[in-house]
Design a protein around this ligand. Structure first.
Ligand SMILES: *Cc1c(COP(=O)(O)O)cnc(C)c1O
Length: 379
């Protein structure tokens, strides 16, 4: 039982202290209980805790939408749709893509392309674009019409005239044991979707907010999608909130009255406390120059992982920014994470791959601590 947290540390009910090695399931960014975020949440809770966002608005959501759009060039991702979590951020993008086709005379575009072993969330629509069989095979016949491909070359087997969108986790697949894509792949995929008038949906639920070294993963390949799905780290890992960014072109397809509206809303859409936490998190990015501090941490992480790769229990190590998948010899994954707890590290395995994805605020010394705990966990 976890009782308390501060910075990269978690304390259990027996008073034991652990480094949060997977950022509390990939959400935490600036460390736990950062005073600025806690203060923003508390004062927002006193002023306006929640109000419906259906037909109403509030300045926090408007400000947050502006700030998210401002990471991209003018007139690109200028429209923002709020929801609650990563699955709904994806779900909203999928439905918007299809409905926009229906309302612009492109009814034949109803199919999606997704990548083998992808993960896009657990709601049925998002799950039908997921390719991890142990999660999705029971529901295979339900959900959206989806063709799975394993690599870009398989796009040759796709009829683009039936496609509404391609969805991908940019730079690295998370749930697929942390597997990075080849460099340049995202740019090539973007060129293909543009050529064929197909939407590109980027699921940055995991990669967003600095994880891969840039604010968003797509910026590393100068790609701007038609839809960008954000959640997990958006509030610094404190309150559930999500955003789906899209273009004015997509937005325009929904104008013209009730019959064209996008009927998609959740009770807690754009919750003001969540928006306040997200704004506080973005302010910390600026004040602490978080992105500027990442290269040194990523390099130190790379060197520590290279040393650890010498260990005979390690099969392969995959890294992208402050995200690492440490693939151990068969059967060792779960044993290693349980053993590492005794040495002060909490994280999770995906099959035999141990995930190390610490909060961005981790220090070099804390990286050494995590790596030492891993080392002891497999010896
Ligand atoms: C976690 C995750 C999701 C789902 O987000 P939830 O908030 O858990 O619904 C979707 N896509 C990716 C890439 C994720 O890592």
């Amino acid at each position: 039982m976890i009782e308390r947290a501060e910075g990269v540390w978690l304390w259990d009910s027996n008073g034991n202290k652990y480094l949060d090695g997977n950022s509390s399931i990939w959400t935490n960014i600036h460390g736990h209980c950062r005073p600025e975020i806690v203060e923003a949440i508390a004062s927002q809770a006193r002023q306006l805790d929640h109000c419906s966002y259906l037909g109403l608005g509030h300045s926090l959501a408007s400000e947050l939408a502006d700030k998210l759009s401002s990471f991209f060039p003018d007139k690109t991702l200028e429209r923002v749709f709020f929801s609650d979590n990563g699955s709904t951020a994806v779900e909203a993008a999928l439905k918007m893509s299809i409905q926009a086709r229906m309302q612009t005379g492109q009814e034949q575009r109803r199919k999606f392309v997704a990548f083998a072993n992808a993960y896009h969330g657990d709601t049925l629509g998002a799950a039908s674009l997921g390719g991890v069989n142990r999660f999705f095979s029971r529901f295979e016949s339900l959900g959206f019409d989806t063709q799975f491909i394993a690599s870009l070359s398989e796009l040759e087997t796709v009829d683009p005239t039936e496609l509404t969108a391609v969805i991908i986790e940019p730079l690295i697949q998370g749930v697929n044991e942390m597997r990075p894509w080849p460099k340049g792949m995202l740019k090539d995929l973007r060129a293909w979707t543009e050529k064929h008038g197909v939407h590109l949906i980027l699921d940055e639920v995991m990669t967003g907010f600095g994880r891969t070294g840039s604010m968003f993963a797509c910026q590393q390949e100068d790609v701007i999608p038609d839809f960008l799905c954000l959640a997990k780290g958006i509030t610094g890992g404190t309150i559930p909130l999500a955003a789906t960014l899209t273009t004015n072109e997509v937005y325009s397809a929904f104008l013209g009255g009730a019959e064209n509206a996008f009927y998609y809303g959740h009770s807690y859409t754009a919750n003001p406390i969540g928006c306040a936490a997200a704004l506080a998190s973005l302010k910390i990015f600026k004040d602490d120059r978080v992105l500027e501090g990442l290269p040194a941490k990523i390099e130190h992480f790379r060197e520590s992982l290279a040393t650890f790769a010498q260990n005979s229990s390690v099969k392969e190590i995959r890294q992208c920014g402050l995200v690492a998948g440490i693939e151990l010899q068969a059967g060792l994954g779960e044993k290693a994470i349980i053993a590492a707890r005794k040495h002060g590290l909490i994280t999770r395995n995906i099959l035999d791959t141990v995930v190390l994805m610490p909060p961005l605020c981790i220090t070099l010394e804390e990286i050494d601590f995590a790596m030492a705990a891993m080392e002891k966990g497999v010896s």
